[in-house]
Design a protein around this ligand. Sequence first.
Ligand code: TEU
Ligand code: CA
Length: 545
Amino acid sequence: MKKTWWKEAVVYQVYWRSFYDSNGDGIGDLEGLLSKLNYIKELGADVIWLNPMYESPDKDNGYDISDYYKVMEKAGDMQTVERLVSEVHKLGMKIIMDLVVNHTSDQHPWFLESRSSKDNPKRDWYIWKDAKDEKEPNNWRSYFTPSPWEWDVKTGQYYFHSFASEQPDLNWENLEVREEIYRIMRFWLDKGIDGFRMDVINLLAKEKGYKDAEDPYDLSYLGNNPGIHEYLQEMNREVLRYYDIMTVGEIPFVTPEDGLLYVGENRNELHTLFHFQVADDMRVWDMLRYKEIQKLWYEGLKGKGWNSQFLNNHDHTRQVTRYGNDGKYRAESAKLLATLVHTLPGTPYIFQGEEIGMTGVCFEDIEDYQDIAMKNKYREQVGLGEAPDKVLRDLQPLSRDNSRTPVQWDVSENAGFTKGVPWIKVNPNYTVINVKEELKNPDSVLHYYKKLIALRKENEVMVYGDYDDLSEGNLELYIYTRTLDEVTWLIVLNHSENINKVNWPEKLGVRDKELLLWNYSSMANDESDSKMILRPFESRIYQIA
Ligand code: TEU
Ligand code: CA
């Protein structure tokens, strides 16, 4: 497999509005990020992925853009972005930005024109349809609303939105739209950024018939429609191939087979992708399903395309809460999950705060939630007559705000995130879980991440090694090897609260072994060369000689 920097990289995601506030308005900002760049550098990350910071009414935290050439005032200004890019580069890191081009804000001048009259030249830049029997054109749902169709009184048609009604979808069939987007991409790439994380990029092409869906709740009709690969190949031909960059597509609803069509090295589309098989199939940890997904993607992409590894981001509840144990074994399980993400095949992503084992939140009041997806769903379900308390309780575990609370820097007020009133409540556990504390404690989650990331820099086996699962069918243990030429690593994980005794894998024979990284500090008494005694959430990385 061809070696490239973005395969070897560790990516750190900065959701800037919750990262660090430099001016006391309660909102994180780019100046705040600048002041913490050394922290990210010292962690060992190579690439920063910055969530959208373009001009936006901010209905969906920047994913509703009203001017692609401007920076949102809350975030900073163009000079600050330029300084950020140059400081990141000075520190030997790279920075990729969000590209949100499936939709714009309903306040974008293109949409304001488009909706102004049926014969406006920009009418066709968005997707407009007549009513069908005085109702929506079909029975679909959108991600955030009961229907993806919004009625426009003035012109008497519906427009289409895959997300909130404030986020109308662009019509990618229109060549002018595509050319304008390519111009925007060149503008940012020419500023020296190192690539894009492409928001729901497989939604660009629509199912043209807009036929009723059998199951409107299975949103997969929104993505992977005919024409999508032509658009991405054109985007590559027109823009991407001229730059030494990294492109990662956010691509829901794909199996490895479809995934390869986006990231196959012979396809000239994207470098790598976020698929959502883990997030969509596993509301909580499911060992068998997780292993199955890993195996399918490894075999499906092997030698042909590149995967990404992540267990959380700004849309998904923090991994230690959702997939680990955020109580008694918080530190152990945070380290175990980190080990997984960084030793399985694919480029690993860290979502800010994950490296200190931050947890999800449970707000008592719907008013404390800020996320449009959460608020819309709450309104919909309460509107249908469900008990508000119950709706809140049901939505809470997977609310996107679980991951959006401010990064916990220290024990001072508001976790040291802001001197003002934070835009979203701080997780009250900041008095225990915070960066300052983690830096002090040599056994902390943070120090474990540093070691784990440093290992990747020194050992290509972690990046390019073949993968072999030695624990298929086991519900609590995950044991696998990575092998590159003469080097074999064994990764041993006990994802449970039980003590598990396990024989040294027969397949490996009796070999010398070196323990490279470990989340416990002493062996159980009955541990021996032939038998490993694994304590709750114990995680080990061995090099086998
Ligand atoms: O998210 C799209 C989105 O909701 C899915 O990728 C979802 O996470 C996945 O299907 C798993 O269920 C992106 C952004 O990350 C999100 O913050 C925006 O709100 C959304 O697009 C609209 O731009
Ligand atoms: Ca601020």
